[in-house]
Design a protein around this ligand. Sequence first.
Ligand SMILES: NC(=O)c1ccc[n+]([C@@H]2O[C@H](COP(=O)([O-])OP(=O)(O)OC[C@H]3O[C@@H](n4cnc5c(N)ncnc54)[C@H](OP(=O)(O)O)[C@@H]3O)[C@@H](O)[C@H]2O)c1
Length: 259
Amino acid sequence: MSLFDAFRLDGKRACVTGGSRGLGLAMARGLAEAGADLVLIGRDPTALGEARGQLQALGRRVEVVAADVGERLASEDAAIQVVEESSPIDILINNVGGRRIDVPTESLPTDQWQRIIDLNLTSAFIWSKVVGGSMLTRGWGRVINVASMSGLIANRGITGRSYETAKAALISFTRALAADWAPRGVTVNAIAPGYFATEPNRRWFQERPELRDSVLSMIPMGRLGQPEELAPLAVYLASAASAYMTGATLVIDGGYTLW
Ligand SMILES: NC(=O)c1ccc[n+]([C@@H]2O[C@H](COP(=O)([O-])OP(=O)(O)OC[C@H]3O[C@@H](n4cnc5c(N)ncnc54)[C@H](OP(=O)(O)O)[C@@H]3O)[C@@H](O)[C@H]2O)c1
């Protein structure tokens, strides 16, 4: 196999939670360009339909499932449905997450804390258990968890520490599960993005322009990441190219965590 052939995903099927927009769609597009068919999960059927149209235009088969991955029961039902109706899934990207609430810990309602933990952490547990678990019998699979640099540091200028906590736990889950599944042919790795130009950040920066200026001043490269800049890393982790990598957390942040 040549070097670049190791990055090809022809004949593989990937499931991307939150694959209809933002970083999830950018990674899904990268996997599709590398040859993979897709199953996309999101809540809004219109956004899912638009994403399906874009990826089908690349010549791939694309299925969509509308489900709220942040609700435990609905999430587990949807994961079971994907295994029953779309198997085999070779690659799982646990991308759903975010929705940081800028409330200091001393005032943070416990149910808001729990919602962020469920959205960012419990969802990854459920989809890893059900969809990742289905890879074990075939002895090959790739699980990629979208954590955040916020799992490694405390963000300045924004509170809502349930987000840092959930992403740090997701990194720890990645390492522990990687150890369990390494002898069974399924690798588990995490991506830790810094600030990328997706809709939630655009909204934050519109609402609080001073936050945008301060964030840009903290990024050595002086700019936000573009969603498509995440795709090559997702393809690497999804493909045979990353055969000997498991339990890793790869930071991609324009240097934010260097200072
Ligand atoms: N953007 C960044 O700077 C950045 C930095 C570090 C880490 N991250 C992480 O990267 C991931 C993606 O972030 P993003 O910025 O790309 O977000 P985004 O632009 O808001 O996209 C989120 C995607 O997930 C879907 N989604 C959201 N909540 C869902 C739910 N409860 N159930 C099912 N689907 C849901 C959305 O579709 P629907 O709304 O239609 O459901 C959409 O497809 C998150 O885990 C985030 O924490 C992002």
